[in-house]
Design a protein around this ligand. Structure first.
Ligand code: C2E
Ligand code: CA
Ligand code: CA
Ligand code: CA
Length: 278
C-alpha cells in the first residue's frame, strides 16, 4: 500500500473502476441495440381537464438489453448523445411514434403523441427530413405528432431554434416546451418561439400543495400560457390533491403516475377508450 492512502480512497478507486466498467459494458451493448430492435416506446397518458379524457401521451424510450436487462433512459441517453448515435435512434423514435399515432387515428381515437428531441438531434441537419419521413411513412395528421424541446436545446443558438421551429410549424406538427420553469426561461425568450404547449416541470408540481412560492410560479406560467394562447401540461402529478390544485390554478392537462405510468400502446388505448370518470 502506498503510504498515506486511506482505505476510503482505495474504496473510491474501486467504485470508480466499477463505474467505468459498467459504462464500457453499456457503451458496447448500445452499439447493436438499434439494429437488434432492442428499443421500445412506452406511452404515458395526459388527461385533459375540460373533456375529462385522455387526449395525448408522451412517448418514452426504453432499452431492453438481452445482457443488461431494462436500462432506464437516464443511463443511456447521455451515452447515445456523446457518440452521436442519438440522431439515428431519434429518427427511429419519430417513425415509431408517428406510426403509433397514425394507427390510433385510423382506429377512430386520435391521440397526440409527444416525442422528446435531444440536443444533438436538434442541431442535426437531418432533423427536418427525419420528421417529414416519419409523417410521410405513417400518414398521420401532422398536428398529432408533438415535438418536445427543452430550453437547453434552444439556448445556444436562438436564431437557429426560431428558424427550425418555424419549419416545424410549416410541417404542421405541434411543439411543446418541456421542463418549463427550471431553466433560465425569461418571458422575452419564450415569446420568440412558435409553440403550442408549455409543460410545467415536476419540480413545481411536487410542491404545489405545500408552498405559496411554487403555487405562484404555476399561476404565473398558466397566465403566460393563456396570454400566448397555448396549453399547459403539468408533469409528475402523483396525488389527487396536486391534481385538484393544478385544475384550480387553470392548468389544462396533467401527466403523471396518478393518471398512469408509462405503458404499452395497447394499455394506453384501453385507458383512453374508457368513458370519463369510469
Ligand atoms: P422527461 O422528458 O422530463 O420525461 C418525464 C420523465 O418523468 C419520464 O422518465 C417519466 O417516466 C417520469 N415521470 C412521469 N410521471 C412521473 C411521476 O408522476 N413521478 C415521477 N417521479 N416521475 C414521473 P423516463 O421515462 O425515465 O425518462 C427520463 C428522461 O429521458 C426524459 O425526461 C427525457 O429527457 C429522456 N427521454 C426519454 N425518452 C426519450 C427519447 O425518446 N428521446 C430523447 N432524446 N430523450 C428521451
Ligand atoms: Ca419530455
Ligand atoms: Ca419533462
Ligand atoms: Ca425532466
Amino acid at each position: 500500500r502506498v503510504q498515506g492512502r486511506s482505505w476510503a480512497v482505495a474504496d473510491l478507486d474501486e467504485l470508480d473502476a466499477q463505474h467505468r466498467q459498467r459504462q464500457l459494458a453499456l457503451e458496447q451493448a448500445l452499439q447493436s441495440a438499434l439494429n437488434n430492435d432492442e428499443f421500445v416506446l412506452v406511452y404515458q397518458p395526459q388527461l385533459d381537464f375540460a373533456s375529462g379524457r385522455i387526449q395525448g401521451c408522451e412517448a418514452l424510450l426504453r432499452w431492453h438489453s438481452p445482457t443488461l436487462g431494462v436500462v432506464p433512459p437516464a443511463q443511456f441517453i447521455g451515452l447515445l448523445e456523446e457518440s452521436g448515435r442519438i440522431v439515428d435512434v431519434g429518427a427511429w423514435v419519430l417513425r415509431e411514434a408517428a406510426r403509433q399515432a397514425a394507427a390510433w387515428e385510423r382506429a377512430g381515437m386520435p391521440l397526440r403523441v409527444g416525442v422528446n428531441l435531444s440536443a444533438r438531434q436538434f442541431m442535426s441537419p437531418r432533423l427536418t427530413a427525419d420528421i417529414e419521413a416519419a409523417l410521410h411513412a405513417s400518414g398521420v395528421t401532422p398536428a398529432l405528432l408533438e415535438l418536445e424541446i427543452t430550453e437547453s436545446l434552444t439556448m445556444h443558438d436562438v436564431e437557429h431554434a426560431v428558424a427550425l421551429l418555424q419549419r416545424f410549424r410549416a410541417l404542421g406538427v405541434s411543439v411543446a416546451l418541456d421542463d418549463f420553469g427550471v431553466g433560465h426561461s425569461s418571458l422575452a425568450y419564450v415569446l420568440q418561439f412558435p409553440i403550442d404547449v408549455l409543460k410545467i416541470d415536476r419540480a413545481f408540481v411536487t410542491h404545489v400543495t405545500r408552498g405559496r412560492a411554487d403555487r405562484a410560479i404555476v399561476r404565473a406560467i398558466v397566465a403566460l400560457a393563456q396570454a400566448l394562447g397555448v396549453e399547459t401540461i403539468a408533469e409528475g402529478v402523483e396525488t389527487q390533491r396536486q391534481c385538484d390544485f393544478l385544475e384550480a390554478l387553470g392548468v389544462t392537462q396533467v401527466q403523471g403516475y396518478l393518471i398512469g405510468r408509462p405503458m404499452t400502446a395497447a394499455e394506453l388505448e384501453a385507458l383512453a377508450r374508457r368513458a370519463p370518470g369510469a
